[in-house]
Design a protein. Structure first.
Length: 458
RNA sequence: GGAGGGAUGGCCGAGCGGUUGAAGGCAUCCGUCUUGAAAACGGAAGUCCGCAAGGACCGGGGGUUCGAAUCCCUCUCCCUCCGCCA
């Protein structure tokens, strides 16, 4: 949620944000909102005046109830009418406000879609960072860096084979079973088994070790949450169609629960309605949890394999901080992302996302980390680093008392995918596949996996 | 699943229709005393909206009343006992 006073004082700033972020102007109807806001303020003033008179009358009623009665009844009737009107106005007012995006960071590029995202950097194992002049935003979604990325599985010992799709590699290894997943749970569900499951636990251990070493607080959150949590992080209302709702049968009476699509809402909700002390900030935390997504609206997309599934595991990094600390944490998150991919010797690029592609309304600034699938020859998003400034903090009512004793301020929040485990497995299978159908295990994972190669069962 | 009891300021806790924005205690802050501290004593102090007048806030929402922290309805949460359970 945006600071109402700022929108009121500076509506053109919001108009520009709505345009830049490509928010549906019918939903984020600024002019209608401004009109409602004016009416509301006027109605509230009238209500306050009535209340003032009511309070006086109540004093009179103490000594002479009969004298107060008639006028009191009138006042009650009038204020009831105004209250009703305020309720109606406010419903619409809030409904529009919920669609106002965060104010974009000055560095957020303008653009029409993902083709306008800016390449920040690209990294190739054995070569390091691509020179800046090779990066190019003008070449479309697969971008300037794509031309310089390896064209054959980068960790293959032989060049002499046709690379396979991760779904086929996984199936050959007996480690990715989408058929059985579909039988048990429907389409877009899968089992990871044996060596591929080992791979997932290995990556998890590698990254968790790092996060603990960097001082991140571990957290094990609830994954079923109330509407307010999802609203607080701005996954509602805009992302509502992505979320599974638990049907009321067999659920305690009155419970209305949703399966989280990320542990982000759960993690931040731990601090909902709290006032922290500035000395406690920043709070950095991580959680490794399943995530659930309906994928409504993308039913035809990425059907094969485990790229787009209804349930996947993710290590999520979150931070609460002051405005001044946000930039540093944004970069720290990126540092963890790059560390992991470099540990795994995975080619990747990082793109600064443009207004039209910067994720949910809360984004103040956002970048994607995209692994390069050298077998398939394309980039795939594996991590998203987002600075949401005070947008979520305000919605969730998370504040902190400044060290110098001033009035409480709204806390800033940042989030980043530490690792979407399924996606990283795809990237590993792709980049480490071998001519004989085996998959080499990245050096950094060998001690966790317990073997150097994953081989099809004989 | 069954049966009860609760929710009041930073914390504990009174109040059960008007003089209560809310007693009392603890914690906090400022004095006095002290070499300093503690103790003791005196004093200050809630949050939000509004330029102000003023308004709102006793878990949330609704109702009764001239008037509600107090009465009624409802929701949420917590606790106790029994049952079941990873």
């Amino acid at each position: 949620m945006i600071e109402v006073r700022e929108v009121r004082a500076n509506p053109d700033r919001m108009r520009e944000a709505i345009r830049k972020r490509r928010v549906d102007p019918k939903k984020a109807d600024l002019d209608r909102w401004l009109a409602l806001d004016g009416e509301l303020r006027e109605a509230r003033q009238r209500l306050e005046a009535l209340n003032a008179e009511k309070n006086k009358l109540a004093q009179l009623g103490r000594t002479d109830p009969n004298a107060a009665r008639t006028r009191g009844q009138e006042l009650r009737q009038q204020s009831r009418e105004i209250e009703e009107r305020i309720t109606t106005l406010q419903g619409e007012w809030q409904g529009i406000l919920d669609w106002f995006p965060n104010f974009p960071h000055p560095m957020m590029p303008s653009g029409e879609g993902e083709e306008d995202n800016l390449e920040e950097c690209a990294w190739i194992p054995g070569q390091g960072y691509l020179p800046k002049d090779k990066l190019d935003k003008a070449l479309g979604a697969q971008g300037g860096a794509a031309a310089f990325m390896p064209k054959h599985p980068v960790h293959a010992d032989s060049k002499d084979f046709t690379p396979a799709h991760h779904a086929d590699i996984g199936q050959r290894l007996g480690g990715v079973d989408t058929a059985q997943g579909a039988k048990v749970s429907g389409s877009r569900f899968s089992y990871l088994f044996g060596d591929v499951a080992r791979l997932q636990y290995a990556i998890q251990q590698l990254l968790v070790g790092r996060l603990l070493a960097e001082g991140f607080e571990p957290i094990v959150p609830p994954l079923l949450v109330r509407e307010r949590s999802l609203y607080g992080t701005s996954h509602f209302p805009e992302g509502r169609d992505q979320v599974y709702q638990i049907a009321s049968h067999n659920v305690e009476e009155g419970a209305e629960l949703f399966l989280v699509g990320s542990s982000e809402p759960s993690n931040f909700s731990y601090f909902m309605d709290r006032t922290l002390r500035e000395e406690e900030l920043p709070i950095r935390m991580f959680a490794s949890t399943p995530c659930f997504r309906s994928e409504a609206g993308s039913w035809g997309k990425d059907q094969r394999g485990i790229k787009r599934v209804h349930q996947f595991d993710k290590i999520e990094m979150n931070a609460l901080c002051t405005a001044e600390q946000a930039e540093e944490i944004y970069e720290q998150f990126r540092g963890v992302n790059e560390w992991l991919l470099q540990q795994l010797e995975m080619p990747y690029r990082i793109v600064e996302k443009c207004g039209a592609d910067a994720g949910y309304l809360a984004s103040h600034r956002q970048r994607d980390v995209e692994a390069w699938l050298s077998g398939l020859g394309e980039f795939m998003e594996v991590m998203t680093d987002t600075n949401t400034s005070d947008y979520q903090g305000r919605r969730m009512n998370i504040r902190y008392k400044p060290a110098d004793g001033g009035a409480p301020k709204v806390a800033w929040t940042l989030n980043d995918t530490g690792c979407a485990l399924g996606r990283i497995i795809i990237a590993l299978l792709d980049n480490y596949q071998q001519a004989d159908g085996s998959v080499k295990v990245p050096t950094a994972l060998r001690s966790y996996v317990g073997k150097d190669y994953l081989r099809p069962p004989t």
